[in-house]
Design a protein around this ligand. Structure first.
Ligand code: URA
Ligand code: SF4
Length: 219
């Protein structure tokens, strides 16, 4: 890794702003990512690290582009997600999908997951301990997908990354540098279902997160 970094820095100092990876090489890399993500999904399926495994019907590891520049992280699977084993497919999920489409993009371009992979009873907020137990899976997913931007949907997602309480109304829309990536906090779509006046803000934040993810600017 260090050698590669040095080599790239030399190229950069010579004025190269882009390098082109062979298409075939890229497709091998993506196949590898798919395989690694499947391994994690399998580990999640067998996981009993926290009590949430007792109340789940299906675990919800997450889904989407294994090579996404932008990852969305929600709080936890709800009832519909638990039934289908897929993230953000209920009412809040439909709103998220609609908003992504309103920006001219598709949800399949991105990777979508949650701070915990099993549904908490009665959809309560996952505890910090449960988030901690599940963190290793999210951490690995981030490492594999390697997104430039991670859009955190709601305070519970904020807590999982920043390990402190966050106030979304105050902290949303800021660029938070984190391990060579950008964390971008915004409202949870379920909050928008209860507070429709904030819908344009969520839309604007999603648009901004996508722009940041696709911009050539380095973190
Ligand atoms: N659906 C999810 O997958 N996550 C949430 O946080 C809410 C709904
Ligand atoms: Fe394991 Fe995460 Fe499910 Fe807890 S929520 S049982 S840590 S997969």
């Amino acid at each position: 890794m260090d050698e590669l970094r040095d080599y790239l820095n030399i190229l950069k100092s010579l004025g190269f702003n882009e390098i082109f990876i062979d298409k075939e090489e890229k497709s091998v890399e993506i196949q590898e990512k798919v395989k690694l993500l499947e391994q994690i999904a399998q580990q999640i399926k067998n996981c009993t690290k926290c009590d949430l495994h007792k109340s789940r019907t299906n675990p919800v590891p997450g889904e989407g582009n294994p090579d996404a520049k932008l990852m969305f992280v929600g709080e936890a699977p709800g009832g519909d997600e638990d039934k289908q084993g897929r993230p953000f497919v209920g009412r809040a999920g439909k709103l998220l999908t609609k908003m992504i489409e309103a920006t001219g993009h598709k949800r399949e371009e991105f990777f979508i997951t949650n701070t915990v992979k099993c549904r908490p009873p009665k959809n309560r907020t996952p505890t910090p301990w449960e988030q901690e137990a599940c963190w290793e899976y999210l951490e690995k997913q981030i490492e594999i997908v390697d997104p430039k931007v991670i859009c955190l949907l709601g305070a519970a997602a904020g807590y999982a990354f920043l390990k402190r309480p966050v106030k979304i109304t105050k902290e949303r829309g800021q660029i938070i540098k984190w391990n060579g990536r950008i964390l971008y906090l915004t409202y949870h779509p379920a909050y928008i279902l209860r507070n429709l006046q904030a819908e344009p803000i969520l839309l604007q934040d999603i648009k901004r997160a996508i722009e940041l993810a696709y911009s050539q600017e380095e973190v």
